[in-house]
Ligand binder design. Structure first.
Ligand code: S3P
Length: 173
C-alpha cells in the first residue's frame, strides 16, 4: 500500500511525511524533490525557464510512473498535484493507495507561508500578508473539491505533529 499525502503548500506534507515514513520504516518520496532531481532544475527555475504548463505535465507523468512502480512508500505530493490532469482520479481509483488530506485553515496557512514565499513561484509575488491571505483563500476555494476526495481528511490546525501522525496510523490498522 502506498500512502499519499495531500494538502495546500505549508500544510506539513513533507515534514509529517518524513516522520510517518520513519515510523513505518517505509521509503519517503517528496514529489517536488523527485521532479527537481529528474529535471535537474529547482521548482522556481522550472517555472521560470520551462513554465507552469511544462511543470504540470511533468508532475503528472512522474506521479503516474511512481504510482505504477512503487509499493509501500510514503509519497508527499505538491500542493497543486491533485488539482491538475486526472491526478486525483489516478489516486482515488488506485486500490493500492490510501490518501490523506492535511487540512489547514486559511489564517494558519498564511502564517506558515508568509516567511516561506521565496521558493514558491505561486506565492512570491505577494507583498503584504493581506494579499497573501486573499490569494490563499481563493485558491483553497478552488482546490478544496480536489483535496476533499482523499480517503481521510485530517485537520492540522491547533494540534501537534504527534497527534496528526497518530491519526494517520489509526487508519492503517
Ligand atoms: C505548488 C506547490 C508546491 C510546488 C509548486 C506548485 C502548488 O509544492 O509543487 O511550487 O501549485 O500549490 P509544496 O506544496 O510542496 O510547496
Amino acid at each position: 500500500m502506498n500512502l499519499i499525502l495531500i494538502g495546500y503548500m505549508g500544510s506539513g506534507k513533507s515534514t509529517l511525511g518524513r516522520k510517518l515514513a520513519e515510523t513505518l520504516q517505509y521509503p519517503f518520496i517528496d514529489l517536488d524533490d523527485y521532479i527537481e532531481e529528474q529535471e535537474q532544475l529547482s521548482i522556481p527555475e522550472l517555472f521560470k525557464v520551462r513554465g507552469e504548463i511544462y511543470f504540470r505535465k511533468k508532475e503528472h507523468e512522474y506521479l503516474k510512473a511512481l504510482l505504477q512502480e512503487q509499493d509501500n512508500v510514503v509519497l508527499a505530493l505538491g500542493g497543486g498535484t491533485p488539482c491538475y490532469a486526472n491526478n486525483m482520479d489516478l489516486i482515488t481509483k488506485d486500490e493500492n493507495t490510501k490518501s490523506f488530506y492535511f487540512k489547514a485553515g486559511i489564517k494558519e496557512l498564511t502564517n506558515r507561508l508568509k516567511h516561506e514565499k521565496e521558493n514558491r513561484p505561486l506565492l512570491n509575488r505577494f507583498k503584504t500578508d493581506d494579499e497573501l491571505m486573499e490569494f490563499i483563500g481563493k485558491h483553497m476555494f478552488e482546490r478544496s473539491a480536489y483535496y476533499n476526495q482523499a480517503d481521510v481528511v485530517i485537520p492540522v490546525d491547533n494540534t501537534t505533529e504527534l497527534a496528526v501522525l497518530d491519526q494517520v496510523m489509526s487508519h492503517l490498522v
